[in-house]
Design a protein around this ligand. Structure first.
Ligand SMILES: Nc1nc2c(c(=O)[nH]1)N[C@H]1C(S)=C(S)[C@@H](COP(=O)(O)OP(=O)(O)OC[C@H]3O[C@@H](n4cnc5c(=O)[nH]c(N)nc54)[C@H](O)[C@@H]3O)O[C@H]1N2
Ligand SMILES: Nc1nc2c(c(=O)[nH]1)N[C@H]1C(S)=C(S)[C@@H](COP(=O)(O)OP(=O)(O)OC[C@H]3O[C@@H](n4cnc5c(=O)[nH]c(N)nc54)[C@H](O)[C@@H]3O)O[C@H]1N2
Ligand code: SF4
Ligand SMILES: [Mo]
Length: 742
C-alpha cells in the first residue's frame, strides 16, 4: 500500500475543524494533507506578504495565476522596503519547488535506511519512542530545538504543546546562536527585551555607528534606508574586516577581533573626561553612572590603543564624531552578539547611548539588529527562555497569569526555564537527554564545533527532524523526518527588527503530504493525548488572538491589533499597540518619555572587566578565524538559497578563505590555490581568496559552507550562552601529500 493512501483519523478531525474547504479535499481520491489545501485567494490575485528570510521584514507582492503563485515583486508602498528587495527576496518562491522537498514522513528502518511511512506510522513512532524515553529516563529526557524562521503562532503552539502538553522542560532555539546576547543585554539595561528603534531612525541620524554589522550583505534593504538619509551622515563601521559596509562608510575602525569591550570603555572614558555627556538625561533616567565612570576611568587612551590596535588619533576621532553628532544612533549585530563577552559588549554600546542621551529621539538609539525573519517573535512567544509574552518561568505570578489566560492548570507550567542550547547538547553527551526534536533549524551545519556535535547527535536514542527538505545535514541523521510546508505555503505573522508585525500567507500548496508546522504540532498534540488543552488554538489567527491576551500589560502588549486584516491595512504594526493606542500608522520608537521598563523607570549602566578569549592564537595556530555572512545571495546553511540557479550564480559554490596578501605570501599561497585550514578540531579544504579586506593575522570563512563550523571551538558568553562563532585559532597552508580533502 502506498504510504499516502491511508488517512490518519486525527487528520480527519483537523479537516472537519477546518470546515467546508477541506471537506472537498478529503473527498478527493488521494486528497490528504492540510498542506494540500487550496490557496484561499482569488485565482489571479496579487497579494502582499512578508519575506521569509531576514529580519528586515520586507513586503513582497506575490502574483497568482489560476491559483498558483507565479512570481513576485517588492511591495512599493510598504513602509519597510519602499519597493525594494534583495536577491533572496526576489527568489523567495524558487526554493519551494526543489526536488528534494520532504513530501512524506520518513522513518529509519531496521537496516538503518530512511523509508517513507504514513503520517499515522510517523506519529505512532514519535509518541511511542518519546514516551518510552520519558518513562525510562524522566520527562526531561526529551528536548526540542526550534527556530526564528516560522510564524509566531507556530512557535507559540510548539512551545505550548511541548511544555504544557508533553511535559518537556528543555527547549531552545537557533535564536540562541543569534540574539540571546541582545536579549540579556536589553533585559538587564532596560528591564525588558525591547529593541527601541524604528527604521526611520536610519534616515534621521546624523551619525550612524555600526558595530560588528555588515549591513550591505546581511540587511541590504536597511542599508538602502541609510542611503536615503538626507543629512549626509557620518557612517562609522567598527569591524576587524574591511567589509562591503566598511568600504561604503565614511569612517572604518578595523579593531583587533574581540577588543570591542575595551574600545567602547575607552571611548566612554574620553567622552566623560571631556564632559561630552548628557548629565540631565543621566540624572533623570539612569542608574549606576558614577560606578560606570569610575570603572572606565581605568581605560586610558594608551591602554585602549594597545588592546584594539587603533591609533590614539583614531580613538579621538571616534569619540569626537559621537560628541559632535546631534542625532547619534548605535547599531550592532553578530560581531558583538557572537562573542565570549557579547552581553557586556552590547551593554557597553547601550551605555554610550545612555550617557550621551542618544535614545528616545528620532535618529538615535542603542539598536540591536535582529537576524532571522521572526527572531523577535521567538524571543517573546516561543515559550523557551521566556514564558509566553516575555515573562519569567520562575515567577509564580507570571505562571498564574499565563495559566489563567490560557485556561490551563498552573501545575502544567514548568517553574524553571529550560536549558540553553549548549547545555542541551552537553546533557545529551552526559546521557540525561535521549530524545531530540529539531524544528526548522540545521544544527549539523550551523552549531559551533561540529566534530563534538556529531559525536553528541550519534548518542541520541531518537532524533526527529521537521524540515522542508530531506537533504539537510541534520535530516540525514534523523530517525524520523517530518515533512514541513515552508514560507509561502502557510499563514501567520512575523515580527521584524523594529518590532513590526507583518502577515504571511499561503500562496502555494505544499508538495506531497507536507504539512504546515502548525498542523504538525496539532497532530502531535492529538497523538500525545493532550489535544483538549489546545482546542482554542484552532488555526493561526485564533492563536494570534490568544497571544494578544498573553501580551496584555507586558511591554509588548498588542491588544489593540484586531487581527491580520488590520495589520495588512496599516502596512504592519509595531508593538506596543494597546487598546488605547490611537494609531498604528507612522513609525514609533520606544522610550520617548525617558521611562524604561525597570520598576523605577530607570535604565541601568551594566559593565565588567574584559575577559580573555577562550582560544588564543599560538605558533601552531597563528591566525584568528572570523566567520559570518558571505554574500546577500546566501542564507545560512543554504538549504533554501542553493535551490535557486540565479542565487547560485551570485556566490562561490565551494568554501573559500579570505587571507591577507602578507599572510598568503608567507605561506606561498597564490590566489585561488586550494588550501587546508586547520584548527585543533579539524582540517578542511578551501580556496584561497587573497585580499587586503582582512588584516594580517586574521582570516575569514563564510558560515554558509559546512566546513566552517568543523573548525570553530566551543566558547560561549557566560550570561547569554551565545556561541562565540567569530574567534578561534587556525593555520592555513598548502595541502601536503597526506591531505585527503574533498
Ligand atoms: N545574506 C544574508 N543575510 C543575512 C543572513 C544570511 O545568512 N545571509 N542571516 C541573517 C541573520 S540570522 C543574522 S544573525 C544577520 C547577521 O548579520 P551580521 O552580523 O551583519 O553578519 P555577520 O557577517 O555574521 O557578522 C558581522 C560582522 O562581524 C564582524 N566581526 C567579527 N568579529 C568581530 C569583532 O570582534 N568585533 C567586531 N566589531 N566585529 C566583528 C565580521 O567581520 C562581520 O563583518 O544576518 C541576517 N541576514
Ligand atoms: N560559524 C558560524 N556559524 C553560525 C553563524 C556565524 O556567523 N558563524 N551564525 C549563526 C546564526 S546568527 C544563525 S541564525 C544560525 C542559523 O542556523 P540554522 O537555523 O541552522 O540555519 P538555516 O539554514 O536557516 O536552517 C533552517 C532550517 O529550517 C528549514 N526550514 C525553512 N523554513 C521552514 C519551515 O517553515 N518549517 C520547517 N519545519 N523547516 C523550515 C530549512 O530547510 C533549514 O534546514 O547559524 C549560526 N551559525
Ligand atoms: S532584505 Fe531581508 S526581508 Fe528584505 S528581501 Fe532581502 S532577505 Fe527578504
Ligand atoms: Mo542569526
Amino acid at each position: 500500500m502506498s504510504p499516502g493512501r491511508r488517512r490518519h483519523p486525527l487528520l480527519d478531525l483537523l479537516h472537519q475543524r477546518e470546515g467546508a474547504l477541506t471537506r472537498d479535499l478529503v473527498r478527493r481520491p488521494g486528497g490528504f494533507g492540510l498542506g494540500q489545501l487550496p490557496v484561499r485567494l482569488a485565482p489571479d490575485a496579487t497579494t502582499p506578504m512578508i519575506c521569509g528570510f531576514c529580519s528586515t521584514g520586507c513586503s513582497l507582492d506575490v502574483h497568482l495565476q489560476q491559483g498558483e503563485s507565479v512570481n513576485l515583486s517588492p511591495t512599493t508602498h510598504y513602509p519597510v522596503n519602499l519597493g525594494m528587495a534583495c536577491p533572496k527576496g526576489w527568489e523567495a518562491l524558487t526554493p519551494l519547488r526543489a526536488p528534494d522537498r520532504a513530501t512524506l514522513p520518513l522513518l529509519r528502518d531496521a537496516q538503518g535506511r530512511l523509508q517513507p511511512v504514513s503520517w499515522d506510522k510517523a506519529l505512532d513512532a514519535f509518541v511511542g519512542r518519546f514516551k518510552t524515553i520519558q518513562q525510562q529516563h524522566g520527562a526531561d529526557a526529551v528536548a526540542f530545538l526550534s527556530t526564528g524562521q516560522i510564524p509566531t503562532e507556530e512557535m507559540a503552539l510548539l512551545g505550548a504543546v511541548a511544555k504544557f502538553g508533553m511535559g518537556l522542560v528543555h527547549g531552545d532555539g537557533n535564536t540562541r546562536q543569534c540574539m540571546s546576547t541582545a536579549v540579556v543585554a536589553y533585559k538587564e539595561a532596560f528591564g525588558f527585551d525591547a529593541p527601541p528603534y524604528t527604521y526611520a531612525d536610519f534616515e534621521s541620524s546624523d551619525v550612524i555607528v555600526l558595530v560588528g554589522s555588515n549591513l550591505c550583505i546581511s540587511h541590504p534593504i536597511m542599508w538602502e534606508r541609510i542611503c536615503r538619509n538626507p543629512h549626509n551622515p557620518e557612517i562609522v563601521v567598527v569591524d576587524p574586516r574591511r567589509t562591503e559596509t566598511a568600504v561604503a562608510a565614511t569612517q572604518h575602525y578595523a579593531l583587533r577581533p574581540k577588543s570591542d569591550l575595551t574600545l567602547l570603555y575607552g571611548v566612554a572614558n574620553i567622552l566623560i573626561t571631556r564632559g561630552w555627556i548628557d548629565s540631565a538625561f543621566i540624572r533623570g533616567h539612569t542608574e549606576g553612572f558614577e560606578e560606570f565612570a569610575h570603572h572606565v576611568s581605568r581605560f586610558s587612551i594608551g591602554r585602549v590603543s594597545a588592546a584594539s590596535g587603533l591609533t590614539v588619533e583614531e580613538l579621538e576621532r571616534l569619540a569626537t564624531t559621537i560628541h559632535e553628532g546631534q542625532r547619534v544612533s548605535f547599531w550592532w549585530t553578530m560581531g558583538v552578539n557572537q562573542s565570549h563577552e557579547g552581553v557586556r559588549t552590547a551593554q557597553a554600546i547601550i551605555n554610550l547611548a545612555l550617557m550621551t542621551g542618544s535614545i528616545g529621539r528620532p535618529g538615535t538609539g542603542a539598536n540591536s539588529i535582529t537576524g532571522q525573519c521572526n527572531a523577535m517573535g521567538s524571543r517573546l512567544f516561543s515559550n523557551t527562555t521566556n514564558l509566553l509574552g516575555g515573562r519569567p518561568f520562575t515567577s509564580p505570578t507570571a505562571r498564574r497569569t499565563v495559566a489563567s489566560r490560557l485556561g490551563i492548570d498552573v501545575t502544567r507550567i514548568p517553574d524553571r526555564p529550560g536549558m540553553a542550547y549548549d547545555q542541551i547538547i552537553e546533557a545529551i553527551l552526559a546521557g540525561s537527554i535521549k530524545g531530540l526534536w529539531v524544528i526548522a533549524t540545521n544544527p549539523a551545519h550551523s552549531w559551533i564545533n561540529q566534530p563534538h556535535l556529531a559525536d553528541v547527535l550519534d548518542r541520541l536514542d531518537f532524533l526527529v527532524v521537521q524540515d522542508m527538505y530531506t537533504s539537510t545535514d541534520t535530516a540525514l541523521r534523523a530517525d524520523l523526518v517530518l515533512p514541513a510546508a515552508g514560507w509561502g505555503e502557510k499563514d501567520g505573522t512575523f515580527i521584524n527588527s523594529e518590532r513590526r508585525f507583518g502577515v504571511l500567507k499561503k500562496v502555494a500548496r505544499a508538495p506531497g503530504e507536507a504539512l504546515a508546522d502548525f498542523y504538525i504540532f496539532k497532530l502531535v498534540a492529538a497523538a500525545w493525548g493532550c489535544a483538549d488543552l489546545f482546542e482554542e488554538w484552532e488555526c493561526p489567527e485564533a492563536v494570534f488572538q490568544i497571544l494578544k491576551r498573553l501580551s496584555e500589560d507586558q511591554p509588548c502588549d498588542f491588544t489593540g491589533i484586531e487581527g491580520y486584516r488590520m495589520i495588512e491595512e496599516r502596512g504592519g504594526i509595531q508593538w506596543p499597540f494597546t487598546r488605547l493606542s490611537r494609531s498604528g500608522e507612522g513609525e514609533r520608537r520606544l522610550f520617548e518619555d525617558g521611562r524604561f521598563y525597570h520598576p523605577d523607570g530607570r535604565a541601568r549602566f551594566v559593565f565588567e572587566d574584559p575577559r580573555p578569549v577562550r582560544e588564543a592564537t599560538s605558533s601552531r595556530y597563528p591566525l584568528v578565524l572570523l566567520t559570518g555572512r558571505g554574500s546577500s545571495a546566501q542564507w545560512h546553511t543554504q538549504t533554501r538559497t542553493e535551490k535557486s540557479p540565479m542565487l547560485r550564480t551570485l556566490a562561490p559554490r565551494q568554501a573559500y578563505v579570505e587571507i591577507s596578501p602578507g599572510d598568503a605570501a608567507d605561506r606561498r599561497i597564490h590566489p585561488n590555490d586550494r588550501v587546508v585550514i586547520t584548527s585543533s578540531r579539524a582540517s578542511v579544504g578551501a580556496r584561497a581568496f587573497v585580499t587586503p579586506t582582512v588584516s594580517p593575522g586574521q582570516v575569514f570563512v563564510p558560515m554558509h559552507y559546512p566546513e566552517t563550523n568543523q573548525l570553530t571551538g566551543s566558547s560561549f558568553d557566560p550570561y547569554s550562552r551565545q556561541p562565540s562563532y567569530k574567534h578561534c585559532a587556525v593555520e592555513v597552508r598548502l595541502p601536503g601529500p597526506a591531505d585527503q580533502l574533498s
